[in-house]
Design a protein around this ligand. Structure first.
Ligand SMILES: [Zn+2]
Length: 161
């Protein structure tokens, strides 16, 4: 019984190690060609990250999700948001009042007859969402309105490794 438990723990540890290593390897993907992105991403990820699509409101994995950890770019694994800065924006998409310093870039977006500020990953330039100035007044006043599909969540206990 004891041996079995130890084996199980070891197996579990090696799984986590693999997923962490995989995210680190993804940092190399910043120079991917469009073809490589197509192969690496799911069709939904490709549509949002590379073609600047938007997932349907209230449909994303992280819309109503408040666990402690770090959100990384689904394209390259770069750390972009912390759970401490996530709030309920009541808009149907995961909302944050700030991004991790220097992790994102801002692009003026005048598509769909609107003037918006697009937020992209500073490393792989993948589309993450938009930032609006109607966020919490008591912190930054900004609302980073993100697509769940553009991000991957890493629980705090794994991110600390
Ligand atoms: Zn990225």
């Amino acid at each position: 019984m004891k041996t079995y438990t130890i084996l199980l723990v070891l197996l579990c540890l090696s799984c986590k190690q693999n997923s962490y290593t995989q995210i680190k390897d993804n940092m190399k993907s910043a120079n991917n060609t469009e073809q490589q992105w197509k192969e690496q991403l799911t069709p939904e990820e490709y549509y949002v990250l590379r073609q600047k699509g938007t997932e349907r409101p209230f449909s994303g994995t992280y819309n109503d999700f408040y666990e402690e950890g770090i959100y990384v770019c689904a394209g390259c694994g770069s750390q972009i948001f912390e759970s401490d800065h996530k709030f309920d924006g009541h808009c149907g998409w995961p909302s944050f009042d700030r991004a991790i310093k220097e992790s994102v870039l801002y692009v003026k977006d005048v598509s769909h007859g609107m003037q918006r500020t697009e937020v992209i990953c500073a490393n792989c330039k993948g589309h993450l969402g938009h930032v609006f100035e109607d966020g919490p007044r008591d912190t930054t006043g900004n609302r980073y309105c993100m697509n769940s599909v553009s991000m991957k969540f890493i629980p705090k206990k794994d991110a600390d490794k």
